[in-house]
Ligand binder design. Structure first.
Ligand SMILES: *[C@@H]1O[C@H](CO)[C@@H](O)[C@H](O)[C@H]1NC(C)=O
Ligand SMILES: *[C@@H]1O[C@H](CO)[C@@H](O)[C@H](O)[C@H]1NC(C)=O
Ligand SMILES: *[C@@H]1O[C@H](CO)[C@@H](O)[C@H](O)[C@H]1NC(C)=O
Ligand SMILES: *[C@@H]1O[C@H](CO)[C@@H](O)[C@H](O)[C@H]1NC(C)=O
Ligand SMILES: *[C@@H]1O[C@H](CO)[C@@H](O)[C@H](O)[C@H]1NC(C)=O
Length: 953
């Protein structure tokens, strides 16, 4: 006997977290309340809090609440000063943040509130215009313009829509702010509410403050301070839970929440009312989301058709994501929201006796999921009760259109993904950059394999040597420092009884979400990009004509099991399993490949072995950092596990040519990293003023600015390093430098000992090498500390002197000396020819930003260490390579400039010139990992004497 099933908790109809949600908050209001009305009682807050925090601010500063603002103004005087009727959200927001910095709480609240409102109007206007224009509800001046000119019939519509859209936005908006990525990300992440809550709090508007905190929390559930604040408002400030309001709540969400509350109370009429409202608003919101995607295409590249095609693919991907975007009601997406709504709705209709409506809801649900057993059972019941046939079950019109559109888009996207040659995930330059930092003379025309070879990768065994198709072994895919950084990801992971230990992207995301550790994040970024590089290489080496997709990406480490019996009768696999020979696949698959990239060296008892059909070893080799073995996933192999010592670790990647098996975790990880970037961007505190003041107090002086140096982003500062630090760094070079330019795998080539001129010898130490030398006691911890500290000081100065709003990361750090050799009396050449650091200077004076230049570099700095030599002046140059203005080196002097500026170095005619050269980037993916490793090393070294001390006792 079948029962008509409801949506009970055991059936997981809706997310269980709804019930035990942080505060069980009931959401009441969705419109913005105006603050001004109740100003009279707002002059002083009564309660003091020890755990309330404002964004980017120190709680201590607010320990005592004043009756007046800090600068002595009364709030009324503050109100009278506000005269900004026509400002855009961008200006309002910036002024609001400034008011916050200046402790003008009323202005802060007022301006940011209006910024939020204005932003909403702005976004709404844009999407209304887009919708009206694309639907033809608004006429374009070009409406009647048609032509038989080739392509016009296709692209004419874009002209008409674009004309309509521009006119529409111009008519509807008073101000036309350019929506920068930074602003958009700040508003989308609800950052204004972060400020608002604190300003409201200072004004004693506690309910509003609580709501602002809650609103911010919903978009930033990982923010610990905000959680604490919410608890404070509830427990200490006694704000009732019903007064916590999501100030950005969209109508469909409000309906949804109210409907579920009514459902719990069995108020079926109310359930129906709200779910119907929810659906109506949901489809509107979905349409808006689709249309907003039109503003999200990434346009890059010179070729019209590929630009358009790439943009279309981006937009389609964005549209397909709308369903997911809209399904977040609180902080986590509700699984299958739309199905969930129809499921509840059909039950409520049934309870109210509206069987026809119940049938419609059932049909709507089955359109979204035709195999759902519960719903099929319900359908059978309704069929009987209504004497319906299958044809009588007609879904709602909205959902029918929605489902058809979604299906069509998905089908298109599948074909595109399979057939269209998408942009590589990383632009070519980035792939190269990850592999190598050498200024290599690679030509666009070189094929990929010869490029790889020039970058230090070489194939050591091909399939002929290895006795089967698709097998290969290549060296040089990763460098020592990269291996080390990837190994760090496997620390603290549990080891299975069998002896394997596994890291994958699920583990990584979980950890990063729990604790946003920057070092871990940097390692994860390397992992993600290294996987992409190996994929890139494998695809090109095996010459697979369709795209290879990552199917599963992991790091697997093996050590001896506690119970040797566990691995006695099976063959250990690189992927962490142990299988019997009879269970191994016997033939090569058509669509699945595996690569294993080793992260450490193991002596012969860690060999990799290919097996043949008789279970004999076919070929075998030892492993070391950067060595990669590739094979068909159906191929047979086994490995030996070292008897002792460190575990044997490798990056193990499985690929597929089937786009539907594309690794979701990989894309989710990219998304997470992207979100972290955006969040960081939006949260970047602007305290450049204070940092510059501190530099001044430490005796650092900017002695020349862009004006004197004839450029916009240039400066010279003195006093950055002490004499002792300068000589420490210089002696480090004497003790530990490699001849050459520091690009390690090239040190065998004589030309790189003097890369720029034969009259000078070039020696350098990278930060990675410095850390290694310190470990070997070749240089002192003091030296390593000076290296790290001076680099960081330089970075901080450049970032803050230029008032940069995005974080600046190290891209490459290099301590270098140039020494004059031989007879130098009539030298005509330069020590370093005129160039820019992020583009290639062409003979016509233009500078092309492209491979193989280090296009990621945004700023450069050089910190000088001495002046006891002749020549060697640094100079800025014109694009025709003539000198513009020169700077004479001396200990502690730093030249900072935009990496696109042309510059060079005059010949060093006597003695040795030493400097710390630094390159910086805004792109976190290029963050120089060696700084992390060097910091770890330093910490260890500085702890060691203490340990010995204890042993002495
Ligand atoms: C605001 O805009 C209106 C018309 O758009 C203009 O007349 C007025 O002068 C502006 N006010 C300010 C303060 O700029
Ligand atoms: C387009 O043509 C129609 C019919 O000929 C006319 O009514 C309309 O005004 C024209 N629109 C514009 C913008 O010229
Ligand atoms: C349909 O519902 C069933 C549960 O009955 C579930 O296993 C399946 O994943 C759902 N399919 C879709 C496409 O949502
Ligand atoms: C940075 O900002 C400060 C304060 O706004 C300003 O005085 C200074 O000139 C700015 N520096 C540069 C290099 O633009
Ligand atoms: C190089 O360019 C600068 C600035 O454009 C100009 O003043 C100078 O005369 C040029 N020199 C030569 C040799 O062309």
């Amino acid at each position: 006997m079948a029962y008509f099933s409801s949506c009970s908790k055991t059936r997981h109809c809706y997310s269980p977290m709804l019930k035990n949600f942080l505060l069980g908050i009931i959401v009441v209001v969705s419109t913005f309340q105006v603050l001004v009305s109740a100003l009279d009682d707002s002059t002083a807050a009564k309660s003091l809090s020890s755990n309330l925090e404002g964004p980017g601010d120190d709680v201590g500063a607010f320990a005592v609440l004043p009756d007046v603002n800090e600068d002595g103004q009364s709030i009324e005087a503050e109100i009278n000063q506000i005269d900004d009727t026509n400002l855009s959200f961008e200006e309002l927001y910036e002024q609001g943040v400034r008011a916050y910095d200046d402790h003008l709480w009323y202005s802060c609240a007022n301006k940011i509130e209006r910024a939020v409102q204005d932003y909403k109007v702005f976004k709404h206007t844009l999407s209304n215009c887009r919708l009206e224009c694309s639907k033809g509800l608004r006429e374009s001046q070009l409406a009647n313009l048609t032509s038989q000119v080739p392509d016009f019939s296709t692209f004419g519509k874009f002209l008409r829509d674009a004309d309509c859209y521009r006119r529409c936005t111009e008519e509807s908006l008073d101000t036309h702010p350019q929506l920068t990525d930074r602003m958009e990300s700040a508003f989308e992440k609800r950052l204004p509410y972060h400020y608002l809550q604190f300003c409201y709090y200072k004004l004693d508007r506690l309910k509003l403050a609580a709501s602002a905190a809650y609103t911010y929390y919903l978009a930033n559930p990982q923010d610990v301070d905000t959680k604490q604040n919410i608890v404070y408002y509830r427990d200490t400030a006694k704000v009732s839970e019903t007064d916590f309001v999501d100030l950005e709540l969209q109508p469909y969400k409000e309906h949804y929440i109210r409907a579920l509350l009514a459902y719990d109370e069995h108020q079926w009429g109310s359930v129906i009312f709200h779910f119907e409202g929810c659906l109506e608003e949901y489809f509107k919101e979905h349409e808006r989301c689709l249309s907003d995607c039109e503003g999200k295409g990434q346009l890059q590249g010179p070729e019209f058709s590929t630009v358009v095609a790439d943009a279309i693919v981006d937009i389609m991907a964005c549209k397909l994501d709308c369903e997911k975007k809209l399904s977040t009601i609180y902080t986590e997406p509700i699984k299958l929201l739309l199905q969930d709504i129809y499921h509840h709705l059909q039950f409520a209709y049934y309870k109210e006796g509206e069987l026809e409506k119940a049938a419609e809801a059932t049909a709507s649900f089955l359109l979204l999921n035709s195999t759902h057993q519960v719903m099929l059972d319900n359908k059978a019941i309704l069929k009987k009760e209504l004497h319906y046939t299958d044809d009588d079950f007609i879904p709602q019109k909205d959902v029918a259109e929605y489902a058809a559109l979604r299906e069509e888009m998905q089908a298109l996207m599948d074909i595109i993904k399979r057939e269209y040659r998408l942009r590589d995930l990383l632009p070519e330059g980035e792939v190269i950059n990850l592999l190598s930092r050498a200024d290599q003379d690679l030509k666009e025309t070189d094929d990929w394999m010869s490029r790889y070879e020039k970058l230090g990768m070489h194939i050591i065994s091909k399939s002929v040597d290895l006795h089967r198709h698709e097998r290969f072994v290549t060296d040089g895919l990763l460098k020592e420092d990269q291996c080390e950084e990837l190994l760090a990801l496997t620390e603290d992971l549990p080891t299975e009884p069998i002896g394997s230990r596994k890291f994958d992207l699920k583990v990584a995301r979980q950890r990063l979400e729990d604790d946003l550790n920057e070092d871990y994040e940097a390692s994860l970024r390397l992992f993600v990009r290294a996987a992409e590089v190996v994929r890139h290489y494998t695809q090109r080496y095996l010459q697979i004509s369709v795209s290879l997709h990552l199917k599963y990406t992991s790091i697997v480490c093996w050590s001896q099991p506690q119970e040797p019996a566990l691995i006695e009768s099976c063959h250990i696999q690189e992927d962490g399993t142990c299988v019997r020979f009879d269970d191994m696949a016997d033939e090569l698959y058509s669509d699945s490949y595996t690569t294993v990239t080793y992260l450490n060296t193991a002596d012969e008892d860690g060999d990799f072995q290919f097996l043949n059909e008789k279970n004999e070893v076919d070929s075998a080799f030892g492993i070391k950092c950067g060595r990669t073995v590739g094979f068909n996933s159906g191929d047979r192999h086994t490995i030996k596990v070292p008897k002792s010592g460190n575990p044997r670790c490798a990056m193990v990647i499985r690929y597929t040519t089937d786009v539907n098996n594309d690794e979701k975790d990989y894309h989710d990880t990219l998304t997470l990293l992207q979100r972290i970037d955006e969040l960081r961007l939006a949260n970047e505190a602007k305290n450049a003023k204070d940092i510059m003041k501190q530099f001044e107090e430490e005796g650092v002086r900017v002695v020349q600015t862009g004006k004197e140096l004839l450029g916009t982003e240039r400066f010279v500062a003195d006093g950055l390093a002490s004499d002792a630090q300068c000589s420490t760094l210089r002696s480090m070079v004497q003790n530990g430098a490699l001849l050459g330019d520091g690009y390690d795998h090239l040190d065998s080539k004589p030309s790189f000992i003097s890369p720029h001129t034969e009259h000078e010898m070039y020696q350098g130490i990278t930060i990675y090498r410095a850390a290694k030398l310190a470990q070997q006691n070749t240089i002192s911890p003091f030296g390593l500390r000076a290296f790290l500290e001076l680099s960081e000081k330089s970075r901080l100065l450049v970032e803050n002197y230029f008032n940069l709003t995005k974080p600046l990361y190290f891209d490459y750090t290099h301590l270098v000396c140039r020494t004059a050799v031989g007879d130098n009396s009539d030298r005509q050449d330069l020590s370093h020819p005129v160039h820019a650091d992020n583009c290639l200077l062409q003979s016509d004076g233009s500078c092309t930003k492209g491979y193989p230049a280090f296009t990621q570099r945004d700023y450069s700095a050089i910190l000088y260490l001495n002046d006891d030599f002749d020549g060697g002046e640094f100079f800025f140059a014109h694009s025709n390579k003539t000198e513009q203005v020169a700077v004479k080196p001396q200990c502690g002097r730093l030249v900072g400039f935009n990496a696109g500026d042309f510059h060079g170095v005059r010949a060093v005619t006597r003695g040795q010139r030493c400097a710390l050269a630094l390159w910086f980037t805004h792109n976190p993916n290029f963050k120089e990992l060696a700084h992390i490793q060097a910091r770890k090393t330093l910490k260890q070294l500085e702890l060691e004497p203490e340990v010995q001390h204890h042993e002495d006792l």
